[in-house]
Design a protein around this ligand. Structure first.
Ligand SMILES: [Zn+2]
Length: 328
């Protein structure tokens, strides 16, 4: 169930509250104007989209005019068809690299659903593996036991029903949208999480929507552009930010999270560079990375959050970006 966070008179952010579910769902932001609504991201499928639509219709009869897609991952795009069925004239806005990416997803999402269904059938052997792999961490075993089984089933069922809908408006660098009383600035700041990453800034309320360039409580490092990502974060520091809306997790006041996020990236990249200078392998670098206090800022000492910082960020980030840093 998505939870509504109203951060200004005209902006509500829909968040899946329990971040540690396997079944991650991107935030969906609802921005009102005098002429209609703009959504930033679409959620992962029909179920979430229907919850967002209910929230919208509680407040207004105005139509959704635009949906801006932060990047091509299915947890941000899967809801599109459900909104379009209700508001057939809405425009879908994305970076020009998003179109070919999503076109490939048209087939991929069904095979993803089948794959998740197979995983669900093998849930008993999966849990046996978890119990032996994490025998010293009861919290991790509990985490998988509590969430994995239901989530994988829900994900398979959801993606069975999901059809991919392609963007209708694309751009390269930036796009200014004027709708009713409101000015919206959509822009690309560089490759961070994916090549299609775009952000939205509302100058009136100083709200920045980052997509998965920033996520809570930890970054997602799976398809990351290491050094470029850090450059993007540095660029964002020049914006005046009252509210920061990450791609996942609750919105935050101010820009402290941006600074910590960028500190984390620069610390990891520096340690990777030092390791490369000493001739270390990616595996050696990964095991020697030490985050000190900043780890606690992100995880608050929680065992599952620490596990996710390792497995959703550090493991994929180091292995993906090792070669690029060597080539420099
Ligand atoms: Zn996401």
């Amino acid at each position: 169930m998505m939870e509504a966070h109203q951060i200004s008179d005209q902006v509500t952010v829909m968040v899946r509250p329990d971040w540690m579910r396997m079944f991650v769902v991107g935030n969906v932001s609802i921005i009102s104007t005098s002429e209609g609504l703009v959504l930033f991201d679409a959620g992962n499928g029909p179920k979430v989209a229907n919850q967002v639509i209910q929230e919208i219709q509680k407040k207004t009869n105005l139509p959704v005019k635009y949906i801006i897609i932060s990047h091509g991952h299915i947890d941000h795009t899967g809801g599109l068809e459900t909104y379009r069925n209700i508001w057939p004239n809405l425009e879908i806005i994305g970076h020009h690299t998003l179109y070919p990416y999503m076109k490939r997803d048209v087939k991929r999402v069904k095979s993803f659903a089948r794959d998740r269904h197979k995983r669900w059938l093998k849930r008993d052997s999966f849990m046996n593996d978890v119990r032996s792999l994490y025998k010293d961490s009861p919290q991790i075993i509990r985490y998988f036991g509590q969430y994995y089984i239901d989530d994988v089933k829900e994900l398979a069922e959801e993606y069975e029903k999901t059809n991919v809908i392609l963007p209708t408006i694309t751009f390269s660098d930036s796009l200014d949208i004027r709708l009713g009383n409101r000015q919206l600035r959509v822009f690309k700041a560089g490759n961070a999480n994916t090549p299609s990453d775009i952000l939205l800034y509302l100058p009136d309320e100083k709200i920045l929507f980052t997509g998965d360039v920033m996520t809570r409580p930890v970054p997602y490092g799976f398809t990351s552009y290491g050094k470029e990502w850090l450059e993007v974060l540095e660029k964002l520091k020049s914006l005046d930010i009252e509210w920061l809306v990450p791609g996942h997790g609750e919105p935050l006041k101010g820009n402290e999270y941006l600074h910590k996020f960028s500190d984390l990236f620069s610390l990891v990249i520096q340690q990777m560079k030092d390791g490369i200078k000493d001739g270390k392998s990616a595996k050696e670098i990964r095991s020697s990375i030490s985050l000190g206090d900043i780890r606690n800022f992100f995880t608050q000492g929680d065992a599952v959050a620490n596990f996710r910082l390792d497995t959703w960020f550090l493991d994929p980030f180091v292995s993906r970006n090792y070669k690029t840093l060597i080539d420099e």
